[in-house]
Ligand binder design. Structure first.
Ligand code: ATP
Ligand code: MG
Length: 409
Protein backbone atom coordinates (compact mmCIF):
# COMPACT_ATOMS: atom_id res chain seq x y z
CA UNK A 1 0.00 0.00 0.00
CA UNK A 2 1.14 3.52 -0.71
CA UNK A 3 2.31 5.58 2.23
CA UNK A 4 -0.32 7.77 3.88
CA UNK A 5 0.18 11.51 3.58
CA UNK A 6 -0.59 13.44 6.74
CA UNK A 7 -1.73 16.99 7.42
CA UNK A 8 1.14 19.45 8.06
CA UNK A 9 2.14 20.03 11.67
CA UNK A 10 0.24 22.95 13.17
CA UNK A 11 -2.60 22.73 10.63
CA UNK A 12 -5.96 21.02 11.04
CA UNK A 13 -8.90 19.80 9.00
CA UNK A 14 -12.22 21.25 10.02
CA UNK A 15 -14.26 18.09 9.77
CA UNK A 16 -17.94 17.82 8.82
CA UNK A 17 -18.95 17.12 12.43
CA UNK A 18 -17.38 20.41 13.52
CA UNK A 19 -18.32 22.59 10.61
CA UNK A 20 -21.77 23.49 11.99
CA UNK A 21 -20.02 25.38 14.80
CA UNK A 22 -17.87 27.29 12.33
CA UNK A 23 -20.88 28.19 10.22
CA UNK A 24 -22.76 29.29 13.33
CA UNK A 25 -19.93 31.62 14.36
CA UNK A 26 -19.51 32.95 10.81
CA UNK A 27 -23.24 33.65 10.47
CA UNK A 28 -23.25 35.54 13.77
CA UNK A 29 -20.26 37.58 12.63
CA UNK A 30 -22.07 38.59 9.48
CA UNK A 31 -25.21 39.44 11.44
CA UNK A 32 -23.66 41.39 14.31
CA UNK A 33 -20.95 43.25 12.38
CA UNK A 34 -23.57 43.93 9.69
CA UNK A 35 -25.82 45.44 12.37
CA UNK A 36 -23.00 47.89 13.17
CA UNK A 37 -22.66 48.83 9.49
CA UNK A 38 -19.48 46.86 8.74
CA UNK A 39 -19.25 45.38 5.22
CA UNK A 40 -17.29 42.22 4.57
CA UNK A 41 -14.02 42.47 2.63
CA UNK A 42 -12.06 39.50 1.24
CA UNK A 43 -8.42 40.18 0.48
CA UNK A 44 -5.90 37.69 -0.96
CA UNK A 45 -4.10 35.23 1.29
CA UNK A 46 -0.78 36.01 -0.43
CA UNK A 47 0.68 39.51 -0.43
CA UNK A 48 4.09 41.00 -1.17
CA UNK A 49 6.37 40.50 1.83
CA UNK A 50 7.05 44.25 2.13
CA UNK A 51 3.44 44.81 3.13
CA UNK A 52 4.06 42.95 6.38
CA UNK A 53 7.62 44.13 7.06
CA UNK A 54 6.44 47.71 6.68
CA UNK A 55 2.90 47.25 7.98
CA UNK A 56 3.29 44.90 10.93
CA UNK A 57 6.79 46.06 11.79
CA UNK A 58 10.36 44.78 11.77
CA UNK A 59 10.56 44.45 15.53
CA UNK A 60 7.59 42.10 15.90
CA UNK A 61 7.77 38.35 16.44
CA UNK A 62 5.47 37.94 13.46
CA UNK A 63 7.87 39.54 11.00
CA UNK A 64 11.06 38.33 12.65
CA UNK A 65 10.22 34.70 13.18
CA UNK A 66 6.78 33.67 12.09
CA UNK A 67 6.21 34.45 8.41
CA UNK A 68 5.81 31.90 5.63
CA UNK A 69 7.75 33.62 2.89
CA UNK A 70 8.77 32.31 -0.53
CA UNK A 71 10.13 33.58 -3.83
CA UNK A 72 8.15 33.45 -7.06
CA UNK A 73 9.29 35.19 -10.24
CA UNK A 74 11.92 37.03 -8.20
CA UNK A 75 9.27 38.51 -5.93
CA UNK A 76 9.15 37.84 -2.23
CA UNK A 77 5.67 36.69 -1.28
CA UNK A 78 4.22 35.96 2.17
CA UNK A 79 1.16 34.07 3.38
CA UNK A 80 -0.71 36.64 5.44
CA UNK A 81 0.05 36.31 9.17
CA UNK A 82 -2.75 38.80 9.98
CA UNK A 83 -5.20 40.80 7.94
CA UNK A 84 -4.99 44.43 9.06
CA UNK A 85 -2.10 45.18 6.71
CA UNK A 86 -3.96 43.59 3.78
CA UNK A 87 -7.15 45.51 4.50
CA UNK A 88 -5.18 48.76 4.76
CA UNK A 89 -3.46 48.01 1.44
CA UNK A 90 -6.85 47.45 -0.16
CA UNK A 91 -8.31 50.59 1.44
CA UNK A 92 -5.51 52.67 -0.09
CA UNK A 93 -5.35 50.89 -3.44
CA UNK A 94 -9.11 51.09 -4.01
CA UNK A 95 -9.38 54.75 -3.05
CA UNK A 96 -11.68 54.08 -0.11
CA UNK A 97 -10.49 57.34 1.43
CA UNK A 98 -12.87 59.03 -1.03
CA UNK A 99 -15.85 57.32 0.60
CA UNK A 100 -17.52 59.16 3.41
CA UNK A 101 -16.03 58.26 6.77
CA UNK A 102 -16.20 56.01 8.60
CA UNK A 103 -15.32 53.17 6.24
CA UNK A 104 -16.22 50.03 8.21
CA UNK A 105 -14.95 46.65 7.08
CA UNK A 106 -14.98 43.15 8.56
CA UNK A 107 -13.23 39.96 7.43
CA UNK A 108 -12.79 36.32 8.25
CA UNK A 109 -10.32 33.76 7.01
CA UNK A 110 -7.12 31.79 7.49
CA UNK A 111 -3.85 33.32 8.73
CA UNK A 112 -0.41 31.69 8.77
CA UNK A 113 2.31 31.95 11.40
CA UNK A 114 5.27 29.67 11.84
CA UNK A 115 4.96 29.19 15.61
CA UNK A 116 5.44 26.22 17.90
CA UNK A 117 2.11 24.36 17.71
CA UNK A 118 0.42 23.89 21.11
CA UNK A 119 -3.02 24.24 22.65
CA UNK A 120 -4.53 27.43 21.21
CA UNK A 121 -1.68 27.92 18.75
CA UNK A 122 -1.66 26.64 15.20
CA UNK A 123 0.35 27.48 12.10
CA UNK A 124 -2.77 27.90 10.02
CA UNK A 125 -5.51 29.43 12.15
CA UNK A 126 -8.51 31.62 11.46
CA UNK A 127 -9.38 35.12 12.47
CA UNK A 128 -12.48 37.24 12.29
CA UNK A 129 -11.95 40.96 12.66
CA UNK A 130 -13.11 44.48 11.93
CA UNK A 131 -11.38 47.68 10.84
CA UNK A 132 -12.85 51.18 10.96
CA UNK A 133 -11.17 54.00 9.00
CA UNK A 134 -11.47 57.76 9.12
CA UNK A 135 -12.55 58.59 12.69
CA UNK A 136 -10.10 59.86 15.27
CA UNK A 137 -12.67 60.40 18.02
CA UNK A 138 -12.84 57.79 20.80
CA UNK A 139 -16.47 57.02 19.95
CA UNK A 140 -15.00 54.90 17.13
CA UNK A 141 -12.83 52.93 19.58
CA UNK A 142 -15.88 52.42 21.80
CA UNK A 143 -18.04 51.22 18.93
CA UNK A 144 -15.37 48.77 17.78
CA UNK A 145 -14.97 47.35 21.30
CA UNK A 146 -18.75 47.12 21.68
CA UNK A 147 -19.10 45.26 18.40
CA UNK A 148 -16.55 42.72 19.66
CA UNK A 149 -18.36 42.25 22.96
CA UNK A 150 -21.76 42.00 21.23
CA UNK A 151 -20.48 39.43 18.77
CA UNK A 152 -19.03 37.33 21.60
CA UNK A 153 -22.34 37.58 23.48
CA UNK A 154 -24.24 36.52 20.38
CA UNK A 155 -22.36 33.23 20.26
CA UNK A 156 -22.95 32.67 23.97
CA UNK A 157 -19.70 34.02 25.46
CA UNK A 158 -20.85 36.46 28.13
CA UNK A 159 -18.22 36.14 30.80
CA UNK A 160 -15.06 37.25 29.03
CA UNK A 161 -12.75 39.92 30.41
CA UNK A 162 -12.10 43.11 28.48
CA UNK A 163 -8.80 44.83 29.25
CA UNK A 164 -7.91 48.26 27.93
CA UNK A 165 -4.91 50.58 27.97
CA UNK A 166 -3.64 53.62 26.14
CA UNK A 167 -0.19 53.62 24.58
CA UNK A 168 -0.34 57.36 23.90
CA UNK A 169 0.76 59.04 20.69
CA UNK A 170 4.27 58.84 19.19
CA UNK A 171 5.15 62.05 21.05
CA UNK A 172 4.22 61.24 24.64
CA UNK A 173 5.16 57.61 24.16
CA UNK A 174 8.68 58.60 23.10
CA UNK A 175 9.29 60.26 26.48
CA UNK A 176 7.87 57.24 28.27
CA UNK A 177 10.10 54.88 26.26
CA UNK A 178 13.18 56.88 27.27
CA UNK A 179 12.21 56.78 30.94
CA UNK A 180 11.59 53.06 30.74
CA UNK A 181 14.91 52.46 29.05
CA UNK A 182 16.87 54.44 31.58
CA UNK A 183 15.32 52.67 34.57
CA UNK A 184 15.91 49.27 32.90
CA UNK A 185 19.48 49.94 31.76
CA UNK A 186 21.12 48.55 34.92
CA UNK A 187 19.32 45.22 34.39
CA UNK A 188 19.94 44.91 30.67
CA UNK A 189 22.34 41.96 30.98
CA UNK A 190 19.89 39.99 33.12
CA UNK A 191 17.06 40.18 30.59
CA UNK A 192 16.22 37.38 28.16
CA UNK A 193 17.64 37.56 24.65
CA UNK A 194 14.34 38.73 23.15
CA UNK A 195 14.05 41.53 25.69
CA UNK A 196 17.66 42.57 25.08
CA UNK A 197 16.88 42.84 21.37
CA UNK A 198 13.66 44.74 21.98
CA UNK A 199 15.29 47.16 24.42
CA UNK A 200 16.50 49.51 21.69
CA UNK A 201 13.93 48.88 19.00
CA UNK A 202 10.67 48.51 20.89
CA UNK A 203 11.08 48.90 24.67
CA UNK A 204 7.33 48.82 25.38
CA UNK A 205 7.28 45.22 24.24
CA UNK A 206 9.52 44.27 27.16
CA UNK A 207 6.49 44.54 29.43
CA UNK A 208 4.76 41.87 27.38
CA UNK A 209 7.53 39.29 28.00
CA UNK A 210 6.37 35.93 29.34
CA UNK A 211 9.78 34.97 30.83
CA UNK A 212 9.56 34.79 34.61
CA UNK A 213 13.00 36.27 35.33
CA UNK A 214 12.19 39.27 33.17
CA UNK A 215 8.84 39.75 34.87
CA UNK A 216 10.61 39.66 38.25
CA UNK A 217 12.77 42.55 37.14
CA UNK A 218 9.80 44.46 35.80
CA UNK A 219 8.00 44.09 39.12
CA UNK A 220 10.76 45.94 41.01
CA UNK A 221 9.33 49.08 42.68
CA UNK A 222 11.45 51.60 40.77
CA UNK A 223 10.43 50.05 37.44
CA UNK A 224 6.78 49.66 38.44
CA UNK A 225 6.77 53.35 39.32
CA UNK A 226 7.63 54.21 35.72
CA UNK A 227 5.25 51.65 34.25
CA UNK A 228 2.36 52.84 36.38
CA UNK A 229 3.11 56.53 35.81
CA UNK A 230 0.64 58.52 33.79
CA UNK A 231 2.72 59.47 30.76
CA UNK A 232 -0.14 60.45 28.45
CA UNK A 233 -0.20 63.99 27.07
CA UNK A 234 -3.38 66.01 27.62
CA UNK A 235 -4.93 65.04 24.28
CA UNK A 236 -4.21 61.33 24.69
CA UNK A 237 -5.51 61.37 28.26
CA UNK A 238 -8.71 63.08 27.15
CA UNK A 239 -9.14 60.51 24.36
CA UNK A 240 -8.71 57.65 26.81
CA UNK A 241 -11.06 59.20 29.41
CA UNK A 242 -13.75 59.75 26.81
CA UNK A 243 -13.44 56.16 25.58
CA UNK A 244 -13.95 54.91 29.13
CA UNK A 245 -16.96 57.17 29.59
CA UNK A 246 -18.64 55.61 26.52
CA UNK A 247 -17.89 52.10 27.71
CA UNK A 248 -19.27 52.97 31.16
CA UNK A 249 -22.38 54.51 29.65
CA UNK A 250 -23.00 51.39 27.56
CA UNK A 251 -22.43 49.05 30.49
CA UNK A 252 -19.35 47.38 28.97
CA UNK A 253 -17.33 45.92 31.84
CA UNK A 254 -13.56 46.33 31.50
CA UNK A 255 -10.41 46.62 33.54
CA UNK A 256 -7.39 48.79 32.88
CA UNK A 257 -4.07 47.04 32.43
CA UNK A 258 -0.93 49.15 32.15
CA UNK A 259 1.05 46.12 31.03
CA UNK A 260 -1.12 45.63 27.98
CA UNK A 261 1.13 46.75 25.11
CA UNK A 262 0.20 44.30 22.30
CA UNK A 263 2.70 42.60 20.09
CA UNK A 264 2.36 44.71 16.98
CA UNK A 265 4.20 47.92 16.24
CA UNK A 266 1.38 49.87 14.70
CA UNK A 267 -0.80 50.66 17.69
CA UNK A 268 -1.39 54.21 18.95
CA UNK A 269 -3.52 55.28 21.92
CA UNK A 270 -6.20 52.63 22.58
CA UNK A 271 -5.24 48.98 22.85
CA UNK A 272 -7.49 46.22 24.16
CA UNK A 273 -7.69 42.49 24.64
CA UNK A 274 -10.52 40.15 25.51
CA UNK A 275 -9.53 37.13 27.56
CA UNK A 276 -11.07 33.97 28.92
CA UNK A 277 -10.12 32.18 32.12
CA UNK A 278 -10.99 28.87 30.48
CA UNK A 279 -8.23 28.83 27.88
CA UNK A 280 -5.06 28.11 29.85
CA UNK A 281 -1.98 30.06 28.90
CA UNK A 282 -3.15 31.02 25.40
CA UNK A 283 -6.02 32.97 26.92
CA UNK A 284 -6.56 35.91 24.55
CA UNK A 285 -9.46 35.51 22.14
CA UNK A 286 -9.36 39.07 20.81
CA UNK A 287 -6.71 41.74 20.38
CA UNK A 288 -7.09 45.16 18.90
CA UNK A 289 -6.59 48.86 19.08
CA UNK A 290 -6.10 52.14 17.29
CA UNK A 291 -3.50 52.43 14.56
CA UNK A 292 -3.54 56.03 13.39
CA UNK A 293 -0.13 55.85 11.71
CA UNK A 294 -0.53 52.72 9.60
CA UNK A 295 -2.38 54.03 6.54
CA UNK A 296 0.22 56.76 5.93
CA UNK A 297 3.04 54.33 6.75
CA UNK A 298 1.77 52.19 3.86
CA UNK A 299 1.61 55.13 1.45
CA UNK A 300 -1.95 56.42 1.95
CA UNK A 301 -3.23 59.74 3.24
CA UNK A 302 -2.98 60.25 6.97
CA UNK A 303 -6.05 58.34 8.21
CA UNK A 304 -7.02 57.38 11.74
CA UNK A 305 -8.18 53.77 12.16
CA UNK A 306 -9.15 51.26 14.81
CA UNK A 307 -9.89 47.54 14.72
CA UNK A 308 -9.46 44.09 16.23
CA UNK A 309 -8.86 40.45 15.34
CA UNK A 310 -10.20 37.37 17.10
CA UNK A 311 -8.88 33.84 16.96
CA UNK A 312 -11.73 31.63 15.77
CA UNK A 313 -10.25 28.34 17.01
CA UNK A 314 -9.99 29.78 20.51
CA UNK A 315 -13.57 31.08 20.34
CA UNK A 316 -14.93 27.80 19.14
CA UNK A 317 -13.06 25.83 21.79
CA UNK A 318 -15.00 27.83 24.40
CA UNK A 319 -18.42 26.92 22.99
CA UNK A 320 -20.39 23.90 24.15
CA UNK A 321 -20.33 21.11 21.56
CA UNK A 322 -23.23 21.10 19.19
CA UNK A 323 -24.72 18.02 17.64
CA UNK A 324 -24.50 17.94 13.88
CA UNK A 325 -27.66 19.07 12.15
CA UNK A 326 -29.85 16.18 10.95
CA UNK A 327 -31.43 15.96 7.51
CA UNK A 328 -35.06 17.11 7.29
CA UNK A 329 -36.01 13.77 5.77
CA UNK A 330 -34.70 10.40 4.60
CA UNK A 331 -36.74 8.61 1.94
CA UNK A 332 -37.26 4.91 2.55
CA UNK A 333 -38.24 3.11 -0.65
CA UNK A 334 -37.41 0.18 -2.88
CA UNK A 335 -38.30 2.25 -5.92
CA UNK A 336 -35.21 4.31 -6.67
CA UNK A 337 -36.82 6.29 -9.49
CA UNK A 338 -39.73 7.43 -7.31
CA UNK A 339 -37.34 8.18 -4.45
CA UNK A 340 -35.29 10.36 -6.82
CA UNK A 341 -38.42 12.26 -7.90
CA UNK A 342 -39.65 12.86 -4.34
CA UNK A 343 -36.17 13.93 -3.23
CA UNK A 344 -36.01 16.49 -6.04
CA UNK A 345 -39.49 17.85 -5.22
CA UNK A 346 -38.47 18.36 -1.60
CA UNK A 347 -34.99 19.71 -2.36
CA UNK A 348 -36.60 22.27 -4.68
CA UNK A 349 -38.64 23.41 -1.67
CA UNK A 350 -35.37 23.95 0.20
CA UNK A 351 -35.52 20.80 2.37
CA UNK A 352 -32.50 18.59 3.02
CA UNK A 353 -33.29 15.07 1.87
CA UNK A 354 -31.40 11.88 1.09
CA UNK A 355 -32.33 8.37 0.07
CA UNK A 356 -30.69 5.01 -0.44
CA UNK A 357 -28.55 4.80 -3.58
CA UNK A 358 -27.40 1.21 -3.13
CA UNK A 359 -30.55 -0.98 -3.20
CA UNK A 360 -30.37 -1.68 0.55
CA UNK A 361 -33.14 -3.59 2.27
CA UNK A 362 -36.15 -1.66 3.57
CA UNK A 363 -35.26 -2.29 7.24
CA UNK A 364 -31.66 -1.12 6.69
CA UNK A 365 -33.00 2.04 5.09
CA UNK A 366 -35.24 2.67 8.11
CA UNK A 367 -32.26 2.22 10.45
CA UNK A 368 -30.26 4.70 8.42
CA UNK A 369 -33.15 7.19 8.46
CA UNK A 370 -33.36 7.11 12.24
CA UNK A 371 -29.65 7.91 12.47
CA UNK A 372 -29.42 10.76 9.99
CA UNK A 373 -32.85 12.40 9.67
CA UNK A 374 -35.69 13.94 11.63
CA UNK A 375 -38.34 12.20 9.54
CA UNK A 376 -38.53 8.97 7.56
CA UNK A 377 -40.49 9.44 4.33
CA UNK A 378 -41.79 6.01 3.48
CA UNK A 379 -42.62 5.40 -0.15
CA UNK A 380 -43.90 1.83 -0.49
CA UNK A 381 -45.90 0.43 -3.44
CA UNK A 382 -49.21 1.52 -1.84
CA UNK A 383 -48.05 5.05 -1.20
CA UNK A 384 -46.72 5.32 -4.74
CA UNK A 385 -49.98 4.16 -6.36
CA UNK A 386 -52.06 6.49 -4.09
CA UNK A 387 -49.81 9.52 -4.59
CA UNK A 388 -49.06 9.53 -0.87
CA UNK A 389 -46.13 9.39 1.56
CA UNK A 390 -46.03 7.92 5.07
CA UNK A 391 -44.19 10.39 7.26
CA UNK A 392 -42.67 8.99 10.42
CA UNK A 393 -41.45 11.48 13.00
CA UNK A 394 -38.27 9.78 14.23
CA UNK A 395 -38.23 11.66 17.53
CA UNK A 396 -41.79 10.86 18.63
CA UNK A 397 -42.39 7.70 16.57
CA UNK A 398 -45.68 9.18 15.33
CA UNK A 399 -46.58 8.22 11.76
CA UNK A 400 -49.10 9.87 9.40
CA UNK A 401 -50.04 9.44 5.77
CA UNK A 402 -49.91 12.60 3.70
CA UNK A 403 -50.86 13.39 0.10
CA UNK A 404 -47.64 13.89 -1.77
CA UNK A 405 -48.70 17.26 -3.16
CA UNK A 406 -49.35 18.56 0.38
CA UNK A 407 -46.12 17.23 1.86
CA UNK A 408 -44.22 19.87 3.83
CA UNK A 409 -41.23 19.10 6.07
P1 ATP B 1 -0.53 35.72 21.27
O1 ATP B 1 -0.05 36.59 22.38
O2 ATP B 1 -1.51 34.67 21.71
O3 ATP B 1 0.57 35.19 20.39
P2 ATP B 1 -0.93 37.72 19.29
O4 ATP B 1 -0.74 39.05 19.94
O5 ATP B 1 0.15 37.14 18.46
O6 ATP B 1 -1.43 36.66 20.37
P3 ATP B 1 -2.85 38.81 17.48
O7 ATP B 1 -1.89 39.00 16.39
O8 ATP B 1 -3.35 39.96 18.23
O9 ATP B 1 -2.28 37.72 18.48
O10 ATP B 1 -4.09 37.96 16.95
C1 ATP B 1 -5.41 38.10 17.48
C2 ATP B 1 -5.94 36.79 17.97
O11 ATP B 1 -5.67 35.74 17.05
C3 ATP B 1 -5.29 36.30 19.26
O12 ATP B 1 -5.88 36.91 20.37
C4 ATP B 1 -5.59 34.81 19.20
O13 ATP B 1 -6.92 34.55 19.63
C5 ATP B 1 -5.49 34.51 17.73
N1 ATP B 1 -4.19 33.90 17.39
C6 ATP B 1 -3.01 34.51 17.21
N2 ATP B 1 -2.04 33.63 16.88
C7 ATP B 1 -2.64 32.42 16.84
C8 ATP B 1 -2.20 31.09 16.53
N3 ATP B 1 -0.94 30.83 16.17
N4 ATP B 1 -3.09 30.08 16.60
C9 ATP B 1 -4.39 30.32 16.93
N5 ATP B 1 -4.87 31.54 17.22
C10 ATP B 1 -4.02 32.59 17.17
MG1 MG C 1 1.66 35.70 18.69
Amino acid sequence: MAQIIKVLKGTKDILPQDVDMWQFVEEKAQKIFGAYGFKEIRTPIIEVTDLFSRGVGDTTDIVNKEMYTFEKSERSITLRPENTAGVVRSYIENGMARLSAPVKLWYKGPMFRYERPQAGRQRQFHQVGVEMFGIKQPAADAEVIMSAVDFLKSIGLNDLEVEINSLGCPKCRAEFKEKLKSVLRPYLNDLCEDCQNRYEKNPLRLLDCKVEDCQKIYSKPEIQKVIMSDFLCDECREHYTELKSYLDAMGVKYSENKLLVRGLDYYTRTVFEIKSNNLGSQNAVCGGGRYDGLVSQLGGEDTPAVGFAMGMERLISLLPEKNSKKLDGYIVSNNTQEAFKLAQELRNQGCSVEFDLANKKFTKQLEKASKVAQKALILGEDEISNGQVSVKNLETGEQIVVDRKNLKL
